[in-house]
Each structure stands twice: as structure tokens, then as C-alpha cells.
Design a protein around this ligand. Structure first.
Ligand code: ADP
Length: 589
């Protein structure tokens, strides 16, 4: 620089001097050189040249020439103006060059990042485009700059563009996913971050956008979602469970493939509530409508079981559960599951039938054990009838008829006949194998029924049976025969448990009461051998018996009968002696 200055300065001055330039013209010419130098050279060179120029102007172009003194104040003013102007120009150019350098440096750094970055003005005209953008979109910087970005990249926005612009102007930023088309026509999904560049006075200048290519990630997620959907569809098919969505306000219904299969509707036709009700068994339509209406009114979940009547006349049993999604007061949607429980229902029905059969067998077995007792119970009133009939005949033969005594004999005969026929009726009821019908019963009455049947058994086993029946018990809703069977089992077990007792009394206490929660409780307490602690866990298991000729079904049947009545059964040893088997059932509502 210095060498060039050494040549340029004096040379330039000599030319200007020879050409006879005035102070103003020479100063102007020097200013042009200073501007050029500032643009091309360093700040120091420009300053040196400015000082040199001022000195030259003073020496050659002000009176007296060839002297550094200045005669006229105008020349002095001119020199001062030149010096100040040249310094201002030098500083300004330096500042501008700095800004340019900084911009270039920023652009260089942005080029280094792999992320696509580009800037566009408020009309979306691209003004900056980095190397990352070139690589992602395939458009060169020279091709992209000046183009309108949404058109060049065929951008698909997730929301209308004016919404994005509103957010950007309001908050200064926007983030979202965009789908764009590369130069080669391929689509890319990008996570886009937009920020607004503003001037110092708050005017929006440009939009800076950085992108992340998430095409692969989205593709993988879509694939995962697809495979999850396939797994879900398969699981729904296997578990016979369909899913549904229902927008109560718009009436829109969504079904999974399995739901279409359950209802046997064509998946191409959108499902409707009308279609659901059309398939619902006529006897269940009112129930379904009631439950659903109540749930909608209360904006609550629903859970019900119903039947479908299919076009071929077959019946399907469904279990429907749905969760209410209440986003706000005006919206109500249900998401739910429909499970086809036909197979389970049929299995339950079969199980119930076998239970009824088993209960019948157990009762017949128990009656077999009681046969001696029953024969005695029936023969006793029959013998009494015969005796009373004889007595009646004798009184008829008598010379003086005794009508009161004959009436008493006939009344006893009628009472005995009734007793015998009552026993026969109860035995017949017990041997019947029908599905029990629940009626309102007095627990104490049922205990008395059983007590009548086991009279002889009690007598032959030398057991003393005591009944402690709480008065005025509330009624319970139960099958009479079933409840008789339970009590009969407990009584027979108690009697048998005392068989081996040679010392001490053989006492069987049947007690009824109402417990603190209002349930009806029956306790059968004996003074027998008691239950070995290790057997407690198996006592109610089917086929568990410790008796050589036992079936092991008695307590198991008792438990299923009591549980079917909403009750519980348990067994424990009495603190003094023997065992206590107890059940509790809720009274009828
Ligand atoms: P089973 O009478 O045919 O054996 P259960 O189911 O009625 O069938 O009884 C199962 C087992 O429970 C009996 O074999 C017996 O060991 C025990 N058990 C039932 N009741 C009593 C009782 N009151 N005292 C002692 N053991 C009892």
C-alpha cells in the first residue's frame, strides 16, 4: 500500500497542479481517490492519504503556493471542509465495509450448517438461500433467490397460510410441519421454524426459516402406525372385540373392521345408530335406548349387555362399554368397545345347566341317605291315620255315638294325611331337576322345612337339634328348593361330623339372625370333630371329601347357590368344640 501511495499521491498532485485545478476541483478529485481507497484499501491507508491530500492541497493549491501557510480564510475553510469530509467518508466506508463483512461471515456460517436456512421478504420472495437449502430442495442459490418460496417449493401448509402469517406477526415465530416438493419432484416433510426479522422501528422486514428434514422419521412413524393398526385389527379379530367412536352432536359414528364384522354390515357403508338399533334384538331395543339416553343426559360412560338378532335368525350376545369424552359443554363423544360374548354366554348357559344337573344329583344322593328317615316320616302319619280310622270305626259301632270324639279322630286323620302329603310334596320338589325360580321367602320357614325332613336322621344318629330362629326376619328373594338344599347339606354334614363322637353331647344348633349390615345369616354349629386347619382351603372345592362314600359336592354346590344369591359362605371351628358353617345373603330389596 505504502508503495502505491508513494507513487499515487505525488503523481496525482502533480497532474492536478499541471492541469491548473482550483482548490475545489483538486479537493474533489482527491475525495474520489479517498473513496476508492477506502473501498479497496484499509482504513489506515485512507486516513494517511487524507492527511497527505490535505497537505498537498495546502502546499500547491492555496495562496501562497509552495507554502503551508494559508492566506485567505475561504481557503482555510475549504481545507478544513476537505479534511472533515475525507475523514467522514473514510469512516462511513469503513463502517459499511464492516457491515458487509459481518453479513458475509454470517452467510458463510449459515452455509456451514447442514440445516436448510433461507430468508424471504414479507411477500415471500427469497433473498437468502444457504447450502443446506440447496442440498435439501435441489435448487441452487442463484435459482432460488428472487423466487416466491411457496410456489417454488409447492408448499402444503397444515393450516391456512394467513393463520401462519397472523401468528408470525403477533408472536414473532411459528413452528409446524410442511410438505414440500423438491426440484426432482420428490416430496419432503420438514419441521419448519419461522422467525420474523424486524427493523429498529418495529417494521417487519423479512422471514427467516430453518428446516429439518423429517421425511424418514414420518415414514418410519407411518409404517409403525400402520403395523400397530394391523396388530390392533388382528387382536380385535382374535378377541372378537370391535371399537367405535360416536359423536353424539353430529351423529357421526366410526367403527373398526371388527365392529363391522360383529354387526355383519358392509364396511363400505358408513355405520349409523339406526343400523345398530336395526340389528338389536327387539326385546333389548328399549333397554339399549334407555341406558344410552340416561348416559348422554348425565354425560357419563355406559356399560351394558344386549343381544343382536341377525338376519339369519341367530342371536349374538354383546358387551358394550364406552367412555364419554366431554371436551366442552357443547361437545360429547363416546369411545368404546363392543365384545362379542356369544361363546362365553353359551358356555355359561351350559355350565349353569350342568350345575343344575349336578345339584339334582347331589339332592337325590342326599335324599338317598335320608330314605330311612323319609320312610319313617311318611309311614308315621300313615300309621296314625290307620289308628285313627280304626278308632273312628269302633266309635261308629258303639251303641251311643260319640260325634265329638269321632270328629276329633277324623280331624287327626286329615292332619296326618296332610303331613304325609306335605312330606311327599317336598321330596318331589327336591327331586325335580328344574331351573330354580326365585320367590320371596322367610328363611325361618325354609329351616323348618328342612327340620321336618331330617327328623328321623336326627333321631337315629342320637343328635339333639336346636333351632334358634330370630323372629321377624325380613324376607329374602331366593329359590326355595335351592335354599333347602343348602341348609340340608349343612345339617347332614353336621350330623355326620358328630358320628365319631363317643364322649360328650351331639348337639346341632341352627341359628338365624340379621347382621349389622342387614344381611340374613344362618349358622350351623355342631359339636363334632371340627375341621383340620389344612383343609380349610379345599373345603368348598368340588370333589373334596374326607368321607369314604362322600361325593365332595355338597359344600361346593352350597357356595355356588349362595353366591348366585349375592351372598357369602364360610366355615370355621368353634372355640370349644366342633365346626361352624355359615352363610349370609342379602334380604330382598
Ligand atoms: P361330602 O359331604 O360329600 O364329603 P361336602 O362338600 O359336603 O362333601 O363336604 C366336604 C368335606 O368338608 C367333608 O368331606 C368334610 O371333610 C368337611 N366338612 C363339611 N362339613 C363339616 C363339618 N360340619 N365338620 C367337619 N368337617 C366338615
Amino acid at each position: 500500500m505504502d508503495l502505491r501511495l508513494c507513487c499515487l499521491g505525488p503523481g496525482y498532485t502533480w497532474i492536478s497542479f499541471r492541469l491548473g485545478f482550483s482548490l475545489a476541483s483538486a479537493g474533489f478529485a482527491f475525495l474520489i481517490v479517498i473513496v476508492l481507497l477506502s473501498l479497496l484499501e484499509s482504513f489506515v491507508s485512507s486516513v494517511i492519504f487524507s492527511v497527505f491530500s490535505a497537505a498537498c492541497l495546502n502546499y500547491y493549491f492555496t495562496e501562497p503556493i509552495f507554502s503551508f501557510s494559508v492566506a485567505s480564510p475561504q481557503d482555510l475553510m475549504g481545507l478544513a471542509t476537505f479534511a472533515i469530509t475525507s475523514l467522514i467518508i473514510t469512516a462511513l466506508v469503513r463502517h459499511t465495509r464492516h457491515l458487509g463483512d459481518a453479513r458475509r461471515e454470517q452467510a458463510r456460517l449459515l452455509d456451514l450448517t447442514h440445516d436448510p436456512v433461507f430468508v424471504r421478504d414479507m411477500n415471500d420472495v427469497i433473498s437468502y438461500w444457504n447450502r443446506g437449502a440447496e442440498e435439501l430442495y435441489g435448487w441452487k442459490k442463484t435459482e432460488a433467490i428472487g423466487k416466491i418460496s411457496p410456489q417454488l417449493l409447492q408448499t402444503r401448509f397444515p393450516v391456512p397460510l394467513n393463520e401462519i402469517t397472523d401468528t408470525l406477526l403477533r408472536t414473532g415465530r411459528w413452528e409446524g410441519e410442511l410438505v414440500r416438493t423438491r426440484r426432482d419432484g420428490q416430496q419432503v416433510v420438514v419441521a419448519s421454524r419461522l422467525s420474523l426479522q424486524k427493523s429498529e422501528n418495529g417494521r417487519s422486514l423479512a422471514k427467516l426459516e430453518t428446516n429439518n428434514d423429517i421425511t424418514e422419521r414420518r415414514r418410519a412413524e407411518d409404517a409403525l402406525r400402520r403395523s400397530q393398526a394391523e396388530y390392533l385389527a388382528e387382536a380385535q379379530r382374535l378377541s372378537l372385540t370391535g371399537s367405535f367412536g360416536w359423536n353424539v352432536i353430529s351423529g357421526e359414528v366410526f367403527w373398526s373392521d371388527q365392529s363391522f364384522r360383529i354387526f355383519e354390515y358392509d364396511p363400505a357403508i358408513p355405520p349409523t345408530i339406526k343400523g345398530v338399533l336395526k340389528r338389536t334384538h327387539p326385546d333389548d331395543v328399549a333397554l339399549v335406548q334407555r341406558v344410552v339416553k340416561q348416559s348422554i343426559d348425565a354425560r357419563q360412560d355406559f356399560d351394558f349387555k344386549n343381544r343382536l338378532l341377525m338376519p339369519d335368525g341367530s342371536i349374538k350376545h354383546l358387551h358394550v362399554v364406552a367412555h364419554a369424552v366431554k371436551e366442552d359443554a357443547s361437545k360429547l363423544q363416546y369411545y368404546g368397545a363392543i365384545k362379542d360374548i356369544t361363546a362365553t354366554r353359551l358356555a355359561e348357559e351350559q355350565l349353569h345347566e350342568s350345575q343344575v344337573e349336578l345339584a339334582h344329583v347331589a339332592r337325590v344322593t342326599a335324599l338317598g341317605e335320608l330314605s330311612a328317615s323319609i320312610a319313617h316320616e311318611v309311614s308315621q302319619p300313615l300309621a296314625a291315620i290307620v289308628t285313627n280310622g280304626d278308632a273312628c270305626l269302633r266309635r261308629l259301632d258303639h251303641a251311643t255315638p260319640q260325634p265329638e270324639e269321632m270328629q276329633a279322630c277324623v280331624q287327626r286323620m286329615i292332619a296326618d294325611g296332610r303331613r304325609a302329603s306335605e312330606i311327599v310334596r317336598r321330596i318331589r320338589a327336591l327331586t325335580k331337576r328344574d331351573t330354580p325360580e326365585k320367590t320371596c321367602l322367610d328363611l325361618n320357614d325354609v329351616v323348618n322345612d328342612v327340620a321336618l325332613l331330617v327328623q328321623h336322621e336326627i333321631f337315629t344318629h342320637r343328635v339333639s337339634m336346636r333351632l334358634e330362629l330370630a323372629p321377624a326376619l325380613p324376607p329374602l328373594l331366593a329359590g326355595r328348593v335351592e335354599l333347602q338344599q343348602v341348609i340340608l347339606n349343612l345339617v347332614l354334614n353336621g350330623i355326620q361330623a358328630m358320628d365319631g363322637i363317643s364322649d360328650g353331647p351331639r348337639e346341632l344348633l341352627i341359628r338365624t339372625r340379621q347382621d349389622e349390615v342387614g344381611d340374613l345369616v344362618l349358622t350351623a354349629q355342631d359339636s363334632g370333630t371340627g375341621i383340620k386347619p389344612e383343609r380349610f382351603g379345599q373345603l368348598f372345592d368340588p370333589f373334596f371329601t374326607t368321607k369314604p362314600d362322600g361325593m365332595g359336592m355338597g359344600l361346593s354346590i352350597c357356595r355356588s347357590i349362595i353366591e348366585a344369591h349375592g351372598g357369602r359362605v364360610c366355615a370355621f371351628n368353634h372355640i370349644r368344640r366342633g365346626a361352624v358353617v355359615q352363610f349370609s345373603v342379602p334380604p330382598s330389596a
